[in-house]
Design a protein around this ligand. Structure first.
Ligand code: PRP
Length: 172
């Protein structure tokens, strides 16, 4: 197995800075709650928060798909909820990747039921070829092809999340 660089580290950092600037401008003067989805979001969320020029609060949720075999059943189980109320908060879900869209579809519904002041979705990677439900992020770092990617929170068997670039697993 080999990992090839798909998006170099500096390109990822530059793009996150652009996303942070856009968010800072849009939410200037407001209090923002960044909601990270564990585990994959932590590296992106940290970089995004540190590059934003406005104060942010953070909280986390966790969810996992379940079903038999390698294909997701489409059912998503929420394994950790937020610690705080999002009522009247400006909520931005921060996620490493949107793939089938099922995870973020469910979590978006959950948060919207709690009546935040506003809600947006920021994802580092978007893999539209795999989408099963309609899901459009408001901020997208990079659109990528249907390949197995690692780094910036994305894992292969729980490894490689800490790679500072986006890599593609290839056979070798
Ligand atoms: C990954 C990723 C998203 C989800 C996207 O999480 O972090 O949460 O899958 O897939 P979807 O669009 O098909 O729902 P995973 O369940 O692998 O857990 P992890 O974040 O701990 O890696």
């Amino acid at each position: 197995m080999k990992i090839e660089v798909l998006i170099p580290e500096q390109d990822v950092r530059d793009r996150i800075k652009e996303m942070a600037d856009a968010l800072s401008e849009k939410y200037a003067g407001e209090e923002v709650l960044l909601v990270g989805i564990l585990n994959g979001s932590v590296f992106f969320l940290t970089e995004l928060a540190q590059k934003m020029s406005i104060p942010v609060e953070i909280d986390f949720m966790a969810a996992s798909s379940y079903g038999s075999g390698t294909e997701s059943s489409g059912r998503v189980l929420v394994t950790k909820d937020l610690e705080r109320s999002v009522k009247d908060a400006h909520v931005i879900i921060v996620e490493d990747i949107v793939d089938t869209g099922q995870t973020l579809h469910l979590l978006t519904e959950m948060i919207m039921e709690r009546h935040p002041a506003s809600f947006e979705l920021a994802v580092l990677l978007d893999k539209p070829a795999r989408r099963k439900v309609c899901l459009d992020a408001d901020y997208i770092g990079f659109e990528i092809p249907d390949a197995f990617v690692v780094g910036w929170g994305l894992d292969y068997d729980q490894k490689y999340r800490d790679l500072p670039y986006i890599g593609v697993i290839t056979e070798e």
